[in-house]
Design a protein around this ligand. Structure first.
Ligand code: KIV
Ligand code: ZN
Length: 530
């Protein structure tokens, strides 16, 4: 559909028109900084592969100097994921930059992303440096980065939008002179407004020599709900890279949401005039994967990927959509890959059908993993007539997780009913060792959790417990999430099973796994979990 808008001649900046916007995804770095998220190496690899399938150009895989775990995950992504630039973050600190390079150097196309603060408030209270010192450090560290990762160095001026403009221009100029190929102007605290950001971009293009020969990037936080709007206005002003995160994850209120920026560019290409490489039909799956692995469930009314994004509730809207979709729909559900969750397989489907259906949704399994997925599929098919893509995704991610668990539930038995005291018995394997426990309590779930405590010898305090059905129907798979406190630290667990009690037991065992691996989650009461 085309809508005519009055645009004043000359009001649109001509910079980089028709050039694809580069999508830099920071789900695995800034996104992982959301409170309570703790992704392991396998989770990160799975997300990185899916980001490539989604057409992301640059993956910021992590911040290698922050922990050995982050280093390993970034290194694994650099070594195993091809099809996108793999970037690591480093402060403008020599040891960070060397560590970052070590982690990413095996990538097909590596990038070092180094940053230093430029706002007065950060200089005075945090890094305690003068303007001259910041320029000096930025110069040296960009030079070092360029000597290691020649041809692809990104420099960020942290808190750029609250910085003195003339000083900001001076730092960026120095970074370009030392070999930065991408210059990022972050709105670190989500403070700027679209008009102000637009004028900052114009100012920088005017004052920084050579800015038009490197990639200008924007990184917007959502504290005032303006991250996407600010990113789009910057693109209109000539920025060529947007830094985004799936489902808008990120520090505090998050980063600009990948799916919203992409769909805005695609849906309003009449005005935005900038293509991008995002395969929009992968968006729904990418969003689900990230929600499942991070535990951050997408709010129902979230733009593009919320469950209500394509639901029409009012009679007038339904009537209009039935007569002509475009009356109330600006995007189609199928544009983001929805609608493929209809019945896909049933109990007579064979291994080959399962394998090809999984491959169609980007999951390639062979050998033992395919056998295990097939065994689970048959088990589910005995219970559930029509198996959907959502079921298959849940089955496979469940299998992936189990392979890395220290504790695994092998057996549980509960007796419960009216006027009986619920009693549970469980068997948990710790590596090869069988641990048995039993308990009775006020409810069946409580008894199971107490029996697990008895088996493993850890007493967890349940902070939160949530159940949801993966699809509709009484035979739907159940997903349970728990948050558990052990010795003053918080841990989370998630599991999917045909039976709610089994999913509960597995989720609880998984939370205790995190106690063993030290993967605690950050906040006291994890309201974030759903
Ligand atoms: O928000 C920010 O400024 C950042 C930088 C490290 C780019 O995340
Ligand atoms: Zn950020």
């Amino acid at each position: 559909m085309t809508i005519n808008v009055d645009s004043k001649p000359g009001s649109r900046p001509a910079r980089n028109q028709d050039q694809p916007v580069i999508f830099f995804d920071t789900t695995l770095r800034d996104g992982e900084q959301s409170p309570g998220i703790s992704l392991n190496r396998e989770d990160k690899l799975e997300i990185a592969h899916q980001l490539v399938r989604t057409g992301v150009d640059v993956i910021e895989a992590g911040f290698p100097a922050t922990s050995p775990g982050d280093f390993e995950a970034v290194q694994a992504i650099a070594q195993q994921v091809s099809g996108a630039v793999v970037c690591g973050l480093a402060r403008c600190v020599e040891s960070d930059i060397y560590t970052c390079w070590d982690a990413i150097k095996d990538a097909e196309r590596p990038r070092i992303h180094t940053f230093i603060s430029t706002s007065d408030v950060h200089l005075e209270h945090q890094i305690k440096k003068s303007y001259d010192e910041v320029v000096d450090v930025a110069r040296q560290m960009v030079r070092l980065s360029a000597s290691l990762c020649s041809g692809d160095v990104e420099f960020s001026a942290m808190d750029a939008t609250r910085s003195n403009r003339a000083f900001l221009a001076r730092v960026l100029q120095a970074a370009i002179e030392e070999g930065a190929t991408t210059i990022n102007v972050p709105d670190t605290v989500g403070y700027t407004l679209p008009t102000e950001y637009a004028s900052l971009i114009d100012y920088l293009y005017d004052k920084v020599a050579g800015l038009d020969r490197v990639v200008l990037s924007v990184h917007c936080h959502n504290d005032l709900g303006l991250a996407v709007a600010n990113s789009l206005v910057a693109v209109e002003r000539g920025a060529s890279q947007v830094e985004v995160a799936v489902n808008g994850l990120g520090e505090r209120a998050g980063n600009a949401a990948l799916e919203e920026v992409a769909m805005a560019l695609v849906t309003r290409r009449d005005l935005m005039k900038r293509p991008c490489n995002i395969i929009t039909t992968e968006i729904a799956r990418t969003s689900r994967l990230v929600a499942n692995l991070t535990g951050y469930v997408v709010q129902s009314n979230k733009a593009v990927v919320g469950k209500n994004a394509f639901a029409h509730e009012s009679g007038i809207h339904q009537d209009g959509v039935l007569k002509e979709r475009s009356t109330y729909e600006i995007m189609r559900a199928k544009d983001i890959g929805l609608g493929d969750s209809d019945i896909v397989l049933g109990k007579h489907s064979g291994r080959h059908a399962l394998r090809s259906r999984l491959a169609e949704v980007g999951i390639n399994l062979d050998g033992e993993r395919l056998n295990e997925a097939f065994r689970r599929f048959k088990e589910l098919a005995d219970h559930k007539k029509a198996i959907t893509t959502l079921d298959l995704e849940a089955l496979v991610s469940e299998e992936m997780r189990e392979r890395h668990d220290i504790y695994s539930l092998t057996h549980f038995y509960v007796s419960a009913g009216s006027n009986v005291i619920p009693t549970a018995q469980v068997e948990v394997l710790r590596e090869e060792e069988s641990l048995r426990g039993k308990a009775f309590s006020g409810g069946s779930v409580e008894s199971i959790f107490c029996a697990i405590d008895d088996a493993v010898g850890i007493t967890g305090k349940l902070l939160d417990f949530r159940v949801r059905a993966i699809t509709s129907g009484k035979d739907a798979l159940a997903e349970v999430r728990v948050a558990v406190e052990v010795d003053g630290k918080n841990y989370a667990g998630q599991a999917v099973a045909i039976d709610v009690l089994e999913a509960s037991a597995k989720a609880y065992v998984r939370a205790l796994n995190s106690v063993e691996t030290g993967a605690e989650v950050g906040i006291a009461r994890p309201e974030w979990m759903f």
